[in-house]
Design a protein around this ligand. Structure first.
Ligand code: ZN
Length: 199
């Protein structure tokens, strides 16, 4: 995926004084830049959310969020870092929230490698290396994949079809997913093709 490239004019708009302090992300003066960021990443991602891997059949900005991979609440210095920006579906963005995704949360410079992140990084990772999914069920192939499923609440899709008594946005989810894959959840239609994908 190609990162967005900001021009000098963009940067002089983003920085509000000579000391290089950035404007607030939500500043009205940055509205056009935010819209460009969103359009750029929707196009680069082929209208696919990089966390749930689902295609959204519209480029309408109202149903896309700009996600800061490393949250701007914890790392404001990365707010306008092009590699920290992606377009995501609102549900994944909200579920991900302010979760810490850096292996070393004290980093001052933006990492250039996938290993520095503990969830799938849309700029550095290949989704299929970490998560298998078919229809509504997501299975982590790696620790990073599992963490992404947990952090982005990707079982919310299966939850609509399976009679789980309580939300599974916690660490019980792996056991439940294993039961589904073993065919013990009475939801075989949910996993058509998934066993093949997992080998
Ligand atoms: Zn999503």
């Amino acid at each position: 995926m190609e990162s967005i490239v900001f021009t000098d004019a963009d940067y002089s708009n983003i920085r509000c004084d000579e000391k290089g302090v950035d404007r607030d992300w939500s500043d009205e003066l940055l509205k056009t830049i935010r819209a460009r960021i969103k359009s750029h990443y929707i196009e680069q991602q082929g209208s696919v959310c990089p966390y749930c891997d689902r295609h959204q059949g519209t480029e309408n900005h109202r149903v896309w969020d700009i996600d800061h991979v490393v949250p701007r609440s914890t790392h404001p210095a990365f707010t306008f870092e092009p590699r920290n920006l992606v377009a995501s579906c609102p549900d994944c963005n909200v579920a991900k929230g302010d979760a810490s995704v850096l292996v070393n949360s004290k980093r001052k410079t933006y990492p250039a490698k996938a290993e520095a992140f503990n969830i799938i990084h849309p700029h550095f990772d290949a989704y299929d290396d970490h998560i298998a999914h078919s229809g509504h069920v997501y299975v982590g192939k790696t620790v990073k994949g599992k963490k992404t499923i947990y952090q982005c609440d990707l079982l919310r899709f299966a939850q609509k079809y399976i009679d789980w008594s309580t939300p599974l946005a916690d660490d019980r989810f792996e056991t439940e997913v294993e039961a589904i894959v073993r065919g013990e959840a009475g939801a075989d239609s949910l996993i058509d093709g998934l066993r093949d994908e997992l080998g």
